[in-house]
Design a protein around this ligand. Structure first.
Ligand SMILES: [Zn+2]
Ligand SMILES: [Zn+2]
Length: 510
């Protein structure tokens, strides 16, 4: 028996030394192998002549810990030394009623090497790990220690030129028109009762169909507390998502599951008419490049946080909250704010420490909660972060709004400068805009040209003329960089001729 602290610490030290002398254990390549090797070591070997090796072995695997006892299901990494956490685990899961920190040995992988710690070292490790996590967005410590405090200080969005709160579809329509958004949609609208805005399946139907029609391909998802991007089958993800809260060891977030290619889901999700009316690309013939960005099912467990970003390509968004609650944090897409976000991403790599985007002086953040049944309509370019308060399922889509070509081009430039990963951009950005130019805008300009009408009178004419010019400039620039196919070259030439003719009409020289 250990009589005092000194003896206890000596015992722990002897244990560490003994384990470190076991080469086959120390050579373990990962924490699972270490666990197996420690089990092989047995717990009856002599440490020295006086003490028999009797120890509690624990293994840190990210935010989970396991012990060496058979069938261990693990416990949540407490990230701080609490005797009860380990005693309770040994007692409830393995029927042991003794725990002493002087008998506790913990293993962790560091730089691909196994590290052995006694309780004193473990306490220090918890402290260091907590401090590290405080700079890593989305981790448990960051959410608990940094985000929570920050969020308290962020003011609620209130009705102004940027934020419009609407009780229902009618008020949404009224406010959209009253604030002159038709030809320049810039504001954020939050609609309380979404009836009449799109139509969606209920939660049970959605989950059932997702299970039944799960595609063969794996879906990418995010394990936030383990800081991992993983892939699994949709069915398996649904199981993970529906794990009871008490059994959860981490937080999962599914952000990129788009359903347009699954007919049964496409059938169930009827996106808002508003989005259909406003998108540039509705009704375009796109051959093999169908527009697959407007029907996401987003599933986030409570505690998930998505860092500040701009939706790809400068798309506008509809976001229907089917179940649960989320808090959105909005930053207006001024040139200065977009530049600040670009700089933050390039230099801090999404870091959550002192240089975190949410803390940059002069960045004015507003928050708004979305609860079940609400719809958010977010105009192009808005910078936003999202926290999930309770388990959430949302249906969302990104559209290229017909009134915001400048923002689309601005965000495309920002994405290039921030060296955004391809899967965080709309890869067919140029192709879609090209088709819109040729299939929709050119005929309209051509029609005005035939009738010798200058496109300067109505808001609609001005919008078409402006968009036509900007996309045409984009194409000319693209074709300078990369020689186009003959057909595309000819089409752009036709556009340039139409542009010259319309300019002459506007000058009065025709
Ligand atoms: Zn155990
Ligand atoms: Zn987003």
């Amino acid at each position: 028996m250990i009589k005092n602290r000194e003896e206890g610490e000596a015992h722990a030290k002897a244990l560490v030394e003994f384990v470190e002398s076991q080469n086959f254990v120390m050579k373990s390549r990962d924490i699972h192998e270490a666990l197996k090797n420690v089990q092989k070591m047995g717990n009856t070997q002599r440490v020295n002549h006086k003490n028999r090796l009797s120890a509690h072995f624990f293994f840190i695997d990210g935010m989970t810990m396991k012990c060496s006892l058979p069938g261990c299901q693990g416990l949540k990494n407490p990230l701080e030394y609490r005797k009860e956490a380990f005693l309770n685990h040994l007692n409830r899961k393995h029927g042991k009623n003794h725990f002493s920190e002087y008998y506790m040995i913990t293993f962790v992988m560091e730089d691909r090497k196994l590290r052995v710690m006694d309780a004193t070292q473990l306490k220090k490790w918890f402290e260091d790990e907590t401090n590290r996590q405080k700079t890593v967005i989305e981790t448990k410590s960051w959410i608990e220690k940094v985000y929570s405090e920050w969020s308290q200080k962020v003011p609620d969005a209130t009705e102004d030129q940027n934020f419009k709160f609407c009780s229902d579809a009618n008020e949404f329509k009224r406010k959209f028109e009253a604030s002159n958004q038709e030809f320049n949609w810039t504001a954020i609208f939050i609609v309380n009762n979404s009836s009449g805005i799109g139509s969606y399946p209920d939660k049970d139907t959605l989950l059932r169909v997702m299970r039944e029609k799960a595609p063969a391909e794996k879906v990418p998802y995010h394990d936030l507390h383990q800081e991992l991007f993983l892939k699994t089958s949709l069915k398996e993800f649904l199981d993970l998502f529906q794990t009871k809260a008490v059994y959860r060891l981490t937080v999962y977030n599914l952000l990129s599951f788009e359903t347009s290619h699954i007919p049964e889901l496409k059938e169930l999700i009827d996106i808002p008419q508003f989005a259909k009316d406003r998108t540039m690309f509705n009704g375009l013939v796109l051959q093999n490049d169908n527009y697959n960005y407007d029907r996401y099912v987003i599933m986030s467990q409570a505690g998930a946080f998505t860092n500040f970003h701009i939706d790809f390509g400068g798309t506008s968004t509809y976001f229907y909250q089917l179940t649960g609650t989320k808090i959105f944090y909005f930053v207006e897409p001024t040139d200065a704010n977009i530049a600040a976000l670009g700089l933050y991403i390039r230099t801090n790599k999404f870091d959550g420490g002192p240089g975190w985007f949410g803390n940059i002086p002069g960045i004015n953040v507003k928050k708004a909660a979305l609860t079940a049944g609400n719809t958010l309509f977010m105009a192009a370019g808005w910078i936003h972060a999202v926290y999930t308060v309770t388990d959430s399922i949302a249906i969302s889509g990104s559209i290229f709004d017909r009134s915001r070509i400048e923002m689309n081009l601005k965000i495309r430039k920002y994405e290039k400068e921030a060296r955004m990963r391809k899967d965080r951009t709309v890869v067919q950005f140029v192709k879609y805009h090209y088709e819109y130019l040729i299939q929709k805008l050119l005929p309209e300009v051509g029609d005005h040209n035939i009738r010798k009408v200058a496109m300067v009178t109505t808001e609609e004419q001005k919008l078409v003329w402006k968009t036509f010019n900007q996309i045409l400039d984009l194409m000319v620039e693209e074709h300078r960089k990369k020689k186009p196919a003959d057909q595309a070259a000819n089409s752009v030439k036709l556009c340039e001729e139409a542009r010259n003719r319309q300019k002459k009409i506007q000058n009065g020289s025709v």
